[in-house]
Design a protein around this ligand. Structure first.
Ligand code: ADP
Ligand code: MG
Length: 484
């Protein structure tokens, strides 16, 4: 029996419409023989992958449908890290996919949980969201970790061997080996990946450990907010009582005297209690501009380790690993081709792989060398033209006739919010800046605000042809602006 024979008339109508759309049979007695909820979900999943190859992962196979009805789709995920990854990166894609497959506007929700298989004659989705079993906290608790960034997924080579080994040592015995551990290297070489991996591993080993993991920018912003709200003691106790603190991109402390002072005391409190401190930056402690001497010396107390750009062999292995994560099969020849084309930044290796995957999906061709060459011809050239957030802001403010100061202000009127969110969306799509960095250019907004802005414009683009045309127009202006 199909899902559509039960329920109120509205629900029945929903299933009827879906059945027609996905081409399943209607039974003689007027019931919907199929689709089974899982079949529809499989279609939605395939569509979501095709719509957003960059965020497609092999573990999507483990996603299950907890609940699907006229207005909502609840998706069950293996753990909290995957929930967060999907929420942050895939909500718009899944929403679009669900809408395209069912013909209905559907709110998509992700949570930890699994579809409970009943016997095949009475298979139906459980009302997952209210079920306490399905609400279980993942191992990573409230830490915001990227499910790809584990030690298992990190390819070790001569350029990062020491950094990887020291991270493993610290995650196995925090506070006892290298303290602090300081990783540095240029952008896109795996610092953030290793920090996430340490957190995953430490959480796995030490169930109750309190780990504070955040970007330095986040640390600074929270510090400022604590002062504004008169809650400095709350801030201090949060960070000074942790078992480990992991702070990414500490070069952000430069020229921030008050934050450096606070950081100094946080460092001392943790260090004196034998708690682990792990830091990353784009340069070694002594080369971070305007960093106080006492911090430089403390950062040098433990182990300072550098990550270098990867060798050709390591790049090939990384491409293979990333392809595997996405469930793709690529030959050594193609992995070698990508590794030769892109050398400086591993993030760009992934971009190349995604471009190839996208062409394969849209053309329905299998991935061979010719396809890879075509995909990268179009991809690598434009990225050599550097687009900055300032370029974007300039075009957007001119078009909407607003000032940069308005975009950076706290004002929330539609006439300001819209251009601000459009800046976020364009910066996310046209530059390699992180959500934090984009927020920094727009009045110090935090990454969740930027994410929300991007998602909003993404959805608007799909439902409002005017917005979609406007975005095309602005993109054209930005990419065609002559370089200074
Ligand atoms: P950074 O923080 O140094 O700028 P990230 O950690 O964000 O760099 O890495 C950029 C991308 O490259 C991430 O997707 C990460 O998984 C990947 N990456 C970097 N080094 C490796 C590696 N050795 N093995 C696998 N992936 C890697
Ligand atoms: Mg990083």
């Amino acid at each position: 029996m199909g899902a559509g024979q039960k329920g109120n008339p509205l629900t029945r109508m929903f299933w009827w419409a879906v059945a027609f759309r996905v081409g399943h049979r209607i039974t003689k007695d007027g019931g919907v023989a199929t689709p089974e909820v899982e079949d529809i979900f499989a279609d939605i999943l395939e569509r979501a992958k095709a719509l957003d190859p960059a965020n497609t992962r092999k573990w999507f196979e483990k996603l299950t449908v907890l609940h699907l009805d006229g207005g909502s789709l609840a998706i069950g995920c293996p753990d909290e890290a995957t929930v967060q990854f999907l929420q942050d990166n895939c909500r718009a894609g899944f929403t679009r996919a669900a809408q395209q497959i069912t013909g209905h506007l559907i709110a998509v929700d992700f949570s930890v949980g699994a579809y409970e298989k009943l016997d095949s004659s009475s298979r139906r989705p459980r009302a997952g969201l209210s079920d306490p079993v399905l609400q279980g906290e993942g191992k990573t608790g409230t830490l915001k970790l990227h499910p790809d960034y584990t030690f298992e997924n990190f390819v070790v080579g001569p350029s990062n061997r020491l950094a990887n080994a020291s991270c493993i040592a610290v995650s196995q015995s925090p506070g006892n080996t290298y303290n602090p551990l300081f990783l540095y290297g240029s952008s896109g070489l795996g610092k953030t990946h290793l920090l996430h991996a340490v957190c995953f591993e430490a959480q796995r080993r030490f169930d109750n450990a309190v780990i504070q993991f955040l970007s330095c920018e986040d640390f600074v912003n929270r510090f400022i907010r604590a002062i504004e709200e008169g809650n400095l003691s709350g801030f201090q106790s949060q960070f000074r009582t942790a078992d480990a603190i992991v702070i990414d991109d500490v070069q952000f402390l430069r020229e921030r005297e008050h934050s450096q002072e606070e950081f100094f005391h946080t460092f001392n409190a943790l260090y004196n209690n034998g708690k682990q401190i792990i830091l990353s930056a784009d340069s070694p402690p002594g080369k971070i501009p305007s960093l106080e001497e006492r911090l430089i010396s403390r950062f040098n107390w433990g182990l300072v380790t550098r990550i270098d750009p990867p060798s050709y062999e390591t790049r090939v292995a990384i491409v293979q690993k990333k392809a595997h994560l996405r469930g793709l099969d690529i030959s050594d020849e193609i992995a070698g081709y990508i590794a030769r084309k892109v050398h400086a930044n591993i993030r760009e290796l992934e971009g190349a792989l995604t471009a190839i995957y996208a062409v394969a999906i849209t053309t329905g061709q299998t991935i061979d060398l010719e396809l890879a060459q075509t995909a990268l011809e179009g991809q690598i050239e434009p990225t050599t033209r550097h687009i900055s957030i300032t370029d974007i802001i300039e075009v957007v403010t001119k078009y909407f006739d607003v000032r940069l100061a308005d975009l950076q202000s706290k004002r929330r009127s539609q006439s300001i919010t819209e251009p601000r969110q459009i800046c976020m969306y364009l910066a996310r799509n046209l530059t390699k800046h992180s959500l934090e960095e984009i927020g920094g250019h727009l009045g110090g907004r935090d990454h969740t605000t930027v994410m929300h802005g991007c998602n909003k414009i993404n959805l608007a683009k799909d439902t409002d042809p005017k917005i979609s045309a406007l975005l095309n127009n602005l993109t054209k202006q930005i990419t065609q602006t002559p370089q200074a």
